[in-house]
Design a protein around this ligand. Structure first.
Ligand SMILES: Cc1cc2nc3c(=O)[nH]c(=O)nc-3n(C[C@H](O)[C@H](O)[C@H](O)COP(=O)(O)OP(=O)(O)OC[C@H]3O[C@@H](n4cnc5c(N)ncnc54)[C@H](O)[C@@H]3O)c2cc1C
Length: 475
């Protein structure tokens, strides 16, 4: 019998399975890891019978689409917590609140520097808006909208730390996707408007599941598996056999055993590079050459268990300073008390790296030693309070939007779009920087495409025409 096969049990794959199940369809999910949830899973660590939970970097759920928000709220029901966001950036030794609080920002920056920022912004307006200088890359975008001085102060350096390449080599799509419609003026307007009397906005409030973001996906999968569909973890495709623009068969490694399955529909959320390499016959050489040019950024994390009730009030602290090797610190307990045992807390520390580089290869204890020194200097943590620590490393975390990615991706997609019964979705599947909501939406629409037998334009998803965090939490 021909089957509907879903590759990858991250938000995109799980949402597809959930929607198909709601329409009484049976399917099979193939997941390479031993746990489901992809980068949106919640990990558990046990020490002396104490349970610590952590997302892979805390996952704030938000969506501009109320249908998606309502679906998630209905899934997590009474386990949803409304979190008041508390985020700071550590710049040149001072903490700046985000969303920006004008008085905090002004006191930190000082009068002289504020004037420099404004003059630099006006100069950029002259260059880009009046004299018509073209925006060719991410750096141009930031300078045109915020001025060079403010850009250097906290945007360009942080961006380079994330991506590991100069902002001149980053495509301005990165800005289009994250900060479209935002500039120094709208930012100031927004920060003056944020008072307690205003409706809760997507910037300063969000919903969080009591037991971590992974709760959303395990609940969805419970519904899928109780309807009789199979989820195979520790499994992956070996070969995808196609003919005449149709995927016919898939050869799988299911928990170490080879299995051949006839395909009715294939939904893939595995990395697009890896997918193309297992097609049989292989794509033309030129497609494979383009695939090689798609690059990913990896991440290394340190998870610290700490013998203190709380370290900070922050959800996240962002650290653009390149002298500090990590870029973000978060305290899971400030999302939900259930993430740490009573009287204890944890910190999740993110390093942006390339697979195989110095930090990727660094021994766990050496990395901890380096990190704790910075944390002590910042007066956040004392080494004696750290009970235990774990190092985690993940590859293919962030698709790099370099200058030529769009051209290469377009060519690859043109090849893949010929397959009638294939949907390639999600962050790795489409080489697109999605948040959970966009991956979920792709999954729901992939299912709709199968149910209604129609082609879906996945590129439309997440293409907001304005700043993506704009809007109120209840629509
Ligand atoms: C540090 C960090 C912080 C984040 N913070 C937020 C946040 O605050 N809010 C938010 O909304 N989003 C956040 N995200 C983004 C979010 O994690 C992703 O948008 C989401 O997980 C993407 O879902 P996906 O299903 O598209 O891909 P993934 O989550 O990557 O899932 C893909 C799945 O495919 C599986 N797979 C890969 N290869 C194979 C193979 N060969 N065979 C079978 N299976 C395979 C993987 O194991 C994985 O389970 C964050 C991401 C990171 C890394």
């Amino acid at each position: 019998m021909k089957k509907i096969i879903i590759i990858g049990a991250g938000p995109a794959g799980i949402a597809t399975a959930f929607m198909l199940t709601k329409s009484q369809k049976k399917l099979m999910i193939i997941e390479k890891q031993k746990e489901v949830g992809g980068f949106s899973k919640t990990l558990k660590f046990i020490r002396n019978n104490d349970l610590y939970r952590t997302d892979i970097g805390p996952h704030r759920f938000f969506s501009r689409d109320n249908r998606i928000t309502n679906l998630i709220k209905n899934i997590i029901k009474n386990d949803k917590i409304l979190v008041n966001r508390y985020t700071r950036q550590l710049i040149q030794g001072k903490f700046y609140k985000y969303p920006i609080k004008p008085i905090n920002a002004f006191l930190n920056i000082g009068f002289y520097k504020s004037i420099i920022f404004i003059l630099s912004y006006l100069n950029a307006q002259l260059e880009y808006k009046i004299l018509g200088k073209k925006i060719k890359n991410f750096e141009d975008y930031i300078i045109a909208n915020f001025g060079k001085k403010l850009g250097d102060f906290n945007m360009l350096n942080y961006t380079e730390k994330i991506w590991g390449i100069p902002c001149k080599k980053l495509h301005f799509d990165w800005a289009n996707q994250r900060i479209k419609g935002l500039n120094l003026l709208t930012l100031l307007k927004q920060s003056f408007k944020l008072t307690n009397n205003n409706p809760k906005t997507l910037i300063d409030h969000f919903f969080y599941p009591k037991h971590g973001t992974g709760q959303i996906y395990s609940k969805m999968l419970q519904i899928v598996s109780s309807a009789g569909s199979r989820i195979s973890t520790n499994s992956f495709p070996i070969k995808i056999i196609h003919e005449d623009n149709k995927i016919n068969k898939i050869i799988l490694n299911v928990k170490g055993r080879k299995k051949r399955v006839k395909v009715l529909n294939l939904i893939s959320s595995m990395p697009i590079n890896d997918f193309l390499k297992i097609l049989d016959p292989l794509p033309p050489k030129k497609v494979l050459q383009k695939v090689k040019k798609l690059k990913w950024r990896a991440q290394v994390y340190l998870f610290l268990m700490i013998n203190k009730d709380q370290i900070t009030k922050d959800n996240w602290i962002y650290i653009p300073d390149k002298k500090i090797p990590f870029a973000r610190i978060s305290e899971m307990k400030n999302f939900s008390k259930s993430m740490s045992p009573k009287g204890k807390t944890s910190l999740f520390i993110e390093f942006f790296v390339d697979k195989g580089d110095k930090i990727w290869n660094m021994d766990k204890d050496i990395l901890f030693k380096k990190t704790i020194k910075h944390l002590e200097d910042l007066k956040l943590v004392n080494k004696k309070d750290v009970l235990d620590y774990y190092k985690l490393s993940f590859d293919k975390v962030y698709p790099i939007y370099d200058i030529s990615y769009k051209k290469n991706l377009k060519y690859i997609k043109k090849y893949l779009d010929r397959f009638d019964n294939l949907s390639y979705i999600g962050r790795p599947g489409r080489f697109r920087y999605t948040n959970q909501d966009h991956s979920i939406k792709m999954g729901l629409l992939a299912a709709k495409g199968i149910i209604e037998n129609k082609k879906i334009d996945f590129d439309e998803i997440g293409n907001e025409k304005e700043y993506y965090e704009k809007g109120n939490i209840d629509g």
